[in-house]
Design a binder for this molecule. Sequence first.
Ligand SMILES: N[C@@H](CCC(=O)N[C@@H](CS)C(=O)NCC(=O)O)C(=O)O
Length: 215
Amino acid sequence: MALTLYYHPLASFCQKVLIALYENDTPFAPRFVDLGDAASAAELKRIWPIGKFPVLRDGAKDQTIPESSIIIEYLSLHYPGTTQLVPTDTEFAWQTRLRDRFFDLHVHEPMQKIVGDRLRPPGRNDPHGVELAKAQLQTAYGVIDRDMATRTWAMGDAFTMADCAAAPPLFYANKVLPFGDTHWNVAAYFDRLMQRPSFARVVKEAQPYMHLFPG
Ligand SMILES: N[C@@H](CCC(=O)N[C@@H](CS)C(=O)NCC(=O)O)C(=O)O
């Protein structure tokens, strides 16, 4: 099999890429990474010294691709399917990339900050950073709520990379800073994401590890 994905089912950036792969039934060999296991972490660092995942390895083209958005771009270019995750229309494409960046930078990162703080050793917490991250998330919820008042998916009618970017961080952000009572359009969008078969599969596959989620 040409493609190997280094990932963990609970890791939100890995889930973003899994959605893309499942959307198009793209065949790949799953390579489970346990960062708590020295040998597994070392194996990841051998192909990507930065040690973050997901990482895609394409044996057929002898390419190693880190970074979730770049992996989805790569899949769209070399292994396209029926769901066109990165539009070919250049106007639509830059807007998709903008929304992908929005979800990574303004939802995913603050969510990771809040969750990561819960995993810190006692006495090493950063309450001020967490407070700022929560304020960032609230602002982002407001932007999404306004956008999703008139849309089915992040880009309108078509499911794209922007929705792959949105689903996992919204899933975890809703646990640490719920949006259901305050941002109804975000909640309705999130319900649609949860029902999308690709993301429903990702959530199901993460369930056995959900006890590891702090809080
Ligand atoms: N910008 C990267 C972020 C990847 C990332 O933060 N991955 C997390 C898992 S969701 C990770 O590797 N965490 C382990 C670490 O930071 O050591 C992407 O889009 O793939």
